[in-house]
Write a new protein. Structure first.
Length: 174
């Protein structure tokens, strides 16, 4: 057999193996945040097509939780103080990466604290919405996604530097 025939046969065999290989699986969740939110919400946070931000009015947590993901007039159930403002997709993606990074959070830390202000954002990708809020001064993060039974909420206390960076990405001055 000639060497060119051997090479051609080897290349064809390799192509057949690749063509019949099982499809690649979706990337497994790597962080606790990704595991808590699921693959769809994680994808929306990492690569949003549209995003909006707002400073939110402080209301009772139980009232906000009952309203979460029921209306586009609120973010995680909290009403905005003014109109929602567009958030650049690069800043939104940076915020998403930040909240999905486990080093941004104090897992297991419980804090009873009254936030004086909430900064929020809504992320959209292919019609799927994910919302998040971060409180001041308590650094509490709550992320909401819509499910068949209503809203699923995931929350954690953020590390101070990460919470400050997130608030700045969402347009806070301080």
């Amino acid at each position: 057999m000639r060497s060119s025939t051997i090479v051609t046969t080897t290349v064809l065999a390799a192509l057949l193996l690749v063509a019949h290989a099982p499809p690649a699986r979706a990337r497994k969740a790597r962080t606790r945040a990704e595991k808590g939110l699921g693959p769809v919400a994680t994808a929306v946070l990492r690569e949003p097509q549209k995003a909006w931000r707002a400073v939110l009015r402080v209301i009772g947590a139980m009232k906000a939780q009952a309203r979460a993901m029921r209306s586009r007039k609120t973010i995680v159930g909290y009403p905005p103080r003014g109109p929602l403002r567009a958030l650049a997709t690069d800043k939104a993606a940076a915020a998403g990466v930040l909240v999905l990074d486990d080093s941004s959070h104090h897992f297991g830390l419980r804090r009873r604290c009254a936030n004086k202000r909430w900064h929020g954002a809504r992320f959209e990708r292919d019609g799927t919405l994910v919302e998040l809020i971060v409180g001041t001064p308590c650094d509490q993060l709550i992320i909401a996604r819509r499910t068949k039974r209503g809203a699923a909420l995931w929350g954690v206390v953020m590390r101070r530097a990460a919470a400050t960076k997130l608030r700045r990405l969402l347009g806070a001055k301080k």
